[in-house]
Design a protein around this ligand. Sequence first.
Ligand code: MN
Length: 741
Amino acid sequence: MATVEERYEHLEKTIRGYNISADLSQIRAAYEYAREHHGNQLRRDGTPYITHPLQVAQIVAEMRLDSESIIAALLHDCIEDTDSTYDDIAKRFSPTIADIVDGVTKLTRVKYSTMEEEQMENLRKMLLAMSKDIRVILIKIADRLHNMRTMEYQTPEKQKKKAFETMEIYAPIAHRLGMQKVKWELEDLSLKYLDPVGYDDIVKKLDEASREHGAFMTTVQEQITQRLTEMGIQNTTVYGRVKHPYSIYRKMYTQDKTMDEVYDLFAFRVLVDTVADCYNVLGVVHDLYKPILGRFKDYIATPKPNMYQSLHTTVIGEAGIPFEVQIRTYDMHAIAEYGVAAHWKYKQGINKEGGEQTYEWIRRLLENQEDADAEDFIHSLKIDMFADEVFVFTPRGDVINLPAGATPIDFAYSIHSAMGNTMVGAKVNGRMVGFDYVLHNGDIVEINTSKSAHGPSRDWVKIAKSSEARSKIRQWFKKERKEENIAQGRSSFESELKHAGLNMNQITPPDVLPAILKRVGFQSLDEMYAAIGYGGYTALKAVNRIRDELIHMSKAAAVEKAAAEAAAAAARAAKEAGEARSAAPKRVKSEKGIVVEGLSNCLVKFSKCCTPVPGDEIVGFITRGYGVSVHRKDCPNADPGRRSAGEEGRWIKVSWGEDINESYATSLEVVCKDRPNLLVDISTVLSTCKVNVSSLNVHSTADGFAIFYITINVTDARQLEQVMRKLHQISSVMKVNRPAG
Ligand code: MN
């Protein structure tokens, strides 16, 4: 086994191989710093701890990342596992490097528990959101890769747990970042622990197949290479490989196939310099072997969402063995293998500063991706655009997505209204915090509730960041705090009432209260108080309406009293006269053109059932509280035969005054056989008669009739009659009625 120093030498050699300007003295300083701080710590396999950061740095170097990344990789466990601090690293190396190490540490501290499928996506987003610098997630992936490679020394429980996390979280992230090579290795290593039997079976069969078909592989490679040389295509690389175990495993499961049925266990790659060469090579391959129809894919013309570019084709070789050929340029290959890491490196050469422009470039890369999966992908990768979201954990390990600046209040209400409403305290990462504590990515939030909680405080509305929490808090005040709202509403109502010179005794009598409540639109006074207390209604508005209603009622009461006196006087007079001869009505000033026998200043309204107009024969009815209601004499509601005994005295004589100059609303019902343009003809008649139409509704019947309900304003019965006659003359109009009753 290599010594620590040998491993370090190997790392330096790898770095020198791609980065001549690498800061090797700082890299060595970081290596020594880490070695010193990890001291005598050992890994589970008994090797010094420093081998782990060294190997992580090696993976990072194989991704061809910059010096800062290598240094941060060497230091990545220092803050977490040694007495080293952020400040110390910032001072010794640089604040940027300290930031990266700190970022990796935070990702390391995220604790997962077994989660449901839908939680995974949030978790992946959270990890990306926490990696403000793309290098943080790249180093974290390298860290995970090395841990997976050395997982055999862990307990079976830990193996399964880490393998599950890797399969569900890190491999998909690697995939999204386009890091195919890492993704495959992570998947294979995870499978090894998640389904050891299935994994061993596939690996064994792949070994057999490659032994059995070794000669075939060599032949194909030679055939292609030779043909390319003949064609004069320069600088090509051709190699064969067996596909990786997890891709076969997945095909077997998703397509329910046995290993023998899985199509292509073998694949060849041809790497060339230019895109034109790619298509030339494709021609050569299709000429040498028989292509399988429908298996050609041009990811050069249409790159995959993660920017993967390549030509794929499946062909059949000698002995009927199918195999896939992938053809791409060296640049495309680098991107296929290292994904964002490769992009990042390229960009780095152009822009030494890194930072903003690097992300701008990644953003652009991501925004070019179009399909639905890509949209998700873009969202996940807008690392510095995650400023508006924060991801936290429940104690169970579910990830909750909240707006940036969210507090324990937002968290509690996002779980359940009841949790928010009974919240008495909050813990973040095991420590008590205030309700206004601002949550950070990865925080584990625990809410303490109590059945005897007083419920939310009104301040919470201001503290909460999410509209969900705010509306749930308001909802609570509206519903649950009725008692308090009633008390508060009642006191402001009573003071407003006093201010208006009124008192409660005026509105509470049983013959008054129903009209009052009807006027303010509530079922009970408590309900009105609650609305005032909650702020949905104002005390001033309530008092104004109640005052109006009281005035109205006293006026109506006066009318009723006078009417009763008049009726009594008439009865006395009739009795005195000894015969049934009605006294000549005393003409007084009319109200709305109506003269009520023996009364002046009388509240009058026209009944809606029969809408009388001047000229109609009419009668009046003294209502309780609303003055005299005027009906047509032929209205069924005014039919003396239908009057009850107690009401008899309330029916009084009314007549049209002489000073009528207003117009009166009345209703018509026009029954027609339906036909085209009927409505136009009716409208024309109404407008030539110069009547105002205030409403017009049509009801069509299934048997071809149309019934028009029209409300018009007319001056008197004569005009009305004229309108009715003209309407009746319209062809297909069958009946024109004045509805009543
Ligand atoms: Mn580590």
